[in-house]
Design a protein around this ligand. Structure first.
Ligand code: AMP
Length: 419
């Protein structure tokens, strides 16, 4: 074990774990100053060659890479624990206060971050049918972490929780109510930690209390979602039972006539699984033009590529429809905030999405909009306004930081329960 960061006298560190279906992302933060002590990623879990990349940020050490077969999340997390241990930051360190787990689906049951015990674990398990790819991976992360250090508090931070404040008329689909209730079919929404963080940061940027502002948040990453946030509470969001609904995404279709599914099953002879795969993996930007990276799409359309141009236009058109409809839902809008990979970095997407909305008080200053995008810091650079100085409604780029939000929510739960 090589000593690195000096251990503080109090337990002030939080390890954030984000377990995907075949990946495990992690960051270790010190909550006294929100600094990152370590960060890393395990990719291709379950495949023959998994890869662990670990950055010991506290000691300025070199990034380490390990290629090995990690058959499951348990093996991956044990390897991560060993890397942290080698930096003197192991899971048994007295400085570690808790582990915060991103859990994708909390259903209607979980409206806030929750200290994990056996009952909570069983309830997350009960939600697996609503998130069959994600919740099992999250559960594997939790059970392995518990086995590695049984005494360490673990907190579940749900992607859906921020959206549980939506009024019933926004959460309900207009289908047979008994069927919807029996199968828990309703709008849940996702990316909640990002929408919570970004809406709060936007209020901060405006110098206002979150309770005093209405914000439309556009989280445009590979997955993409919009939310309408009134006085700090979510009142509408674009994703639904699953993350498939809403905006055009990297590989997901977003909104579509549901009868397309019946048509493809009945007329094209596709199975339900094949349609599922089509709409989730071979649609969106990739389906339209073969690429799901906005950098590549912008480059191709500048060179006159018609398919890339159309993909860009479909993407922006959907975005504009959501801005308009959320404006109507909120009645008064103080700010529109762009975040995540595309939102933070693509000036052309931001300019095109806001173009023509001047009568709503929305416009973008070209020079501010073109100014450099996401900084290289792990926290993702500073929030900034891109609307003109005299704008009626602020338009902002607000880098998201889901790990920090999860760490802060986790630490708050621990501090409350140990007070
Ligand atoms: P995220 O899921 O938030 O990590 O976002 C990933 C997506 O952001 C990528 O698939 C790209 O489409 C997009 N992206 C990242 N960097 C840039 C950039 N410099 N310009 C445009 N799009 C970008």
């Amino acid at each position: 074990m090589t000593a690195a960061a000096p251990a503080p006298t109090r337990a002030t560190r939080v390890l954030v774990l984000n377990s995907g279906s075949s990946s495990l992302k992690y960051q270790l933060l010190d909550m006294t100053d929100d600094s990152r002590l370590a960060a890393g990623l395990v990719e291709r879990i379950g495949e023959r060659q998994s890869r662990l990349t670990h950055s010991p940020l506290a000691s300025d050490g070199d990034r380490r890479e390990r290629v090995a077969p990690f058959p499951d999340h348990e093996a991956a997390l044990k390897a991560v624990a060993a890397e942290l241990d080698a930096d003197g930051l192991g899971l048994d360190s007295p400085a570690l206060a808790a582990i915060g787990h991103r859990v994708v689906h909390g259903g209607q049951r979980f409206t806030r971050p929750t200290l994990i015990d056996d009952t909570v674990l069983a309830e997350i398990e009960r939600l697996v049918p609503l998130a069959p790819l994600h919740n099992p991976a999250n559960l594997a992360g939790i059970t392995t972490a518990r086995a590695l250090n049984p005494g360490l508090p673990q907190v579940a931070v749900f992607d859906t929780a921020f959206h549980t404040t939506m009024p019933e008329h926004a959460a309900r689909y207009a289908i047979d109510a008994a069927t919807a209730d029996a199968h828990r079919v309703r709008r849940y929404g996702f990316h909640g930690t990002s929408h919570a963080y970004v809406s709060r940061k936007t209020a901060e940027l405006l110098g206002e209390d979150p309770a005093g502002v209405n914000v439309i948040v556009l989280h445009l990453g590979n997955g993409a979602s919009a939310s309408a946030v009134a006085a700090g509470r979510c009142v509408e969001t674009s994703m639904g039972v699953t993350p498939l609904e809403g905006l055009v995404m990297g590989t997901r279709s977003g909104d579509i006539d549901p009868a397309v599914v019946f048509h493809l099953v009945r007329v094209a002879g596709m199975s339900v699984d094949e349609v599922d795969e089509l709409l989730n993996k071979r649609s969106g930007l990739r389906g339209l033009c073969g690429d799901n990276d906005m950098r590549e799409i912008s480059r191709r359309s500048e060179e006159g590529d018609e398919a890339a141009r159309l993909a860009f236009d479909v993407y922006v058109h959907r975005l504009k429809k959501y801005i308009g409809s959320y404006y109507a839902v909120l009645g008064r809008v103080d700010a529109v905030a762009f975040t995540a990979g595309v939102g933070e970095n693509s000036a052309p997407v931001r300019a095109a999405a806001i173009a023509g909305l001047e009568t709503l008080g929305l416009s973008v200053d070209p020079v501010r909009n073109e100014a450099s995008g996401r900084a290289d810091s792990p926290a993702g650079g500073a929030a900034r306004l891109i609307s003109p100085a005299d704008a009626r409604v602020a338009v902002a780029v607000v880098p998201t930081d889901e790990e920090l939000e999860i760490a802060q929510q986790t630490y708050a739960v621990i501090s409350r329960t140990s007070a």
